[in-house]
Design a protein around this ligand. Sequence first.
Ligand code: GUN
Ligand code: FE
Length: 457
Amino acid sequence: MSNYTRVFHGTAFTSRSNKEVEILKDHLFCVNEDGMIKKVIGPEHSEYQPLVEAYQDTSNYHRLAEGQYFLPGFIDLHVHAPQWAQAGTALDIPLYDWLNTYTFPIEAKFEDIDFAKKVYNEVVTTLIANGTTTALYFATVHKEASFLLAQICAEKGQRGLVGKVVMDNPDQTEECYRDHDTKTALVETEDFILAVKELAKSTKQGVYPVVTPRFIPSCTDEALKGLGELAAKYNTHIQSHCSESDWEHGYVKERFDKNDAFALNDFGLLREKSVMAHCNFLTDQDAELFAEKGTAVCHCPISNAYFANSVIPIARLQSKGVEIGLGSDISGGFSPSLFDNVKQAVISSRMLEDGVDSTLPANERGVPNSRITLDEAFYLATAGGGESLSLPIGRLAENYVWDAQIIDTTVETAKLPLYDTAEKLHDIFQKIIYLSRPENIREVWVQGQKVWDRGTY
Ligand code: GUN
Ligand code: FE
């Protein structure tokens, strides 16, 4: 019998496809020393009983208690870590004003490394406690503080993909929050990439540098071109915002006489490991370009309700073969929880399908075939995120990493309404996703290591 570092035993929910959740009842998840799931074994398998007997009295065996379930860790594809400092405020004004009056000034404060340390420690801990095992972060323009964020992810055991933000366009940014000049922005980005790659060597779960032009308005052509070249040179991930709102989409159209997708592609920024936030206004042609390049869309449903002037047609983009994941977009989205964003993704899609103006006849009110189910939204927060990042994460399956949350439905202060002992497991899954609070997230594991235990906090 193989020698496993840990054996987890219990019922798990994981995506079978982008349409359907798979229920693995009372399965064994055998994890090796690298934190990879080497075997998933069901009760009918001949190795099941011998394995249980071999491991059950050892400290490597983790048997879920009654009422507990495994979920894959969530993958948040879009977080502005510094904006945690203003989460939950200033959501009543349009994107352009929100960026200039609130967001850029708060991000400018991250020049102060002590302030950065406080906020970054708290946001990373908060995300882990909400079940987020991997996060794709925008930091700020400051190289030092951006590196500190990567260090904090490394220390706390979260798989952080971190970008030093580039903003060098004097027409769209104030002097107090801008890269010194284009050359400096590119040199500092390259330094940052090398430093994070070095840091990654000392982590089990990995931390990754991300090339991060904030969005087209903030960047000069020269910076966009240089960043595309750096991403190609080091084969890094890339992140930016794309076709988010009427204003932003219109700005790019006026500057380049094309949509964001084609403009970003001209600078080499649409690649396999690129993740573009929002993308509400992608045309079919833009979507086909995304699919061809392997570039992913990050859907940020809570943020979109405030800033995107529209509901993104997720079902249509999926039908074009675009990879899609889910993001909190802290603080355009106020919630640090992907549970909240999964729910909002479902709700927004229903409103898109039915329409919202009750004075219109029903058949003119909405966009047919737009709804997504809870299973589909769960996929976006898990397996879809993993595919978007081209990493073996987001599924509790063989040859994926053991990144998991243990959900306890019996917590005294947040008990889920489970009264029927014969309740169907798919109904339990739905209750978990719709009703779980952070208290229900008992433990969080990343790459086979426990990074959160509610009992110890
Ligand atoms: N576009 C450019 N920067 C931002 C940001 O911080 N949040 C959102 N939602 N959109 C942006
Ligand atoms: Fe954003």
